[in-house]
Design a protein around this ligand. Sequence first.
Ligand code: T6T
Length: 337
Amino acid sequence: MKRFVLVPTAGAAAAMLLAVAACSSSGSATGSSSASSSSGSSSGKTYKMSFIQGVAGDGFYVTMGCGIQAEAKKLGNVTVNIQGPSQFDPTLQNPIIESVTAAKPDAILIAADDVSASRPPIAAAMAAGIKVVLVDTTLTDPSGAVSQISSDNLAGGADAFAAVKQLVPGGGQVLVVNTKPGISTTDQRTSGFAAAAKADSKFSYVGVQYDNDTASLAAQVTLAALQKNPGIVAIFATNLFSAEGAATGIRQAGKSGKVKIVGFDAEPDEITALQQGTVQALIAQSPYTIGTDAVEQALAALTGKPTTPKIGTKFTIITNANLSSAASQAAIYKTSC
Ligand code: T6T
């Protein structure tokens, strides 16, 4: 069973703000869990997996952890341990990768914090015989990984620009509020958005401001950018904290609803911002499905079954107009499983 990308591409701009199919479930906090029962394995062998989040306490990874735990429970022969760094930072995540590797799980499912700096400890885990599945983020050199499972982030950035075009058909200046360089996902979203914006003569791309994956800094850089460039008509916020912070920055600038925000992810606070009119569209990912697929891929590798090198998961575009639909509701990230 494999799902491939179901992404509303920029070419489908006219249909941009319509919801596509959703897939979501409940979420969980960082911690560890064991799961058993259900279908089980005929050999009786059990497998230990560790999920290392990009950052702890992020609804996207919480929801992914729920998918991982649910799949492990369904399989019955997999136990899962979940942990993550307190910030999206390879200097904090790498020691976790090393200590998890020392504990010798059968598989590691990991959202690497940096395209380059995360490679050495991940390569060491692979060299120790641990199966590695890259979830969400990837590496410049992903060789040796069983599978890479993520949204199509480049297309997601282009889709965000298509949404901006619908919101501001007359054009104007557009800004990106991004996390920090070196995170594959958010860098790709920025590239997809920037390329699409630069190709449209009605729009002027004023560049990217970084927020270190914190809502507080996102608010500050947004406010400063709006003061410096009063012609900004829309902002693309590349992830959850960026969107939350950009919404605050726009409120502080007194431009709520006037400057549009298209954000990535669908954490409850982002939904509130959507309802309040500070954010106009959210590109929700499918973290739960990334989690279930990751366990499947790891188990396939451990049991000598075929694996899928790359799996793309779908987006759901959420707006106020479709928020009450079943697809949108199912796509909202959860804070606990
Ligand atoms: O957008 C997700 C994830 O895809 C990205 O790699 C980092 O930020 C999030 O976790 C949301 O905060």
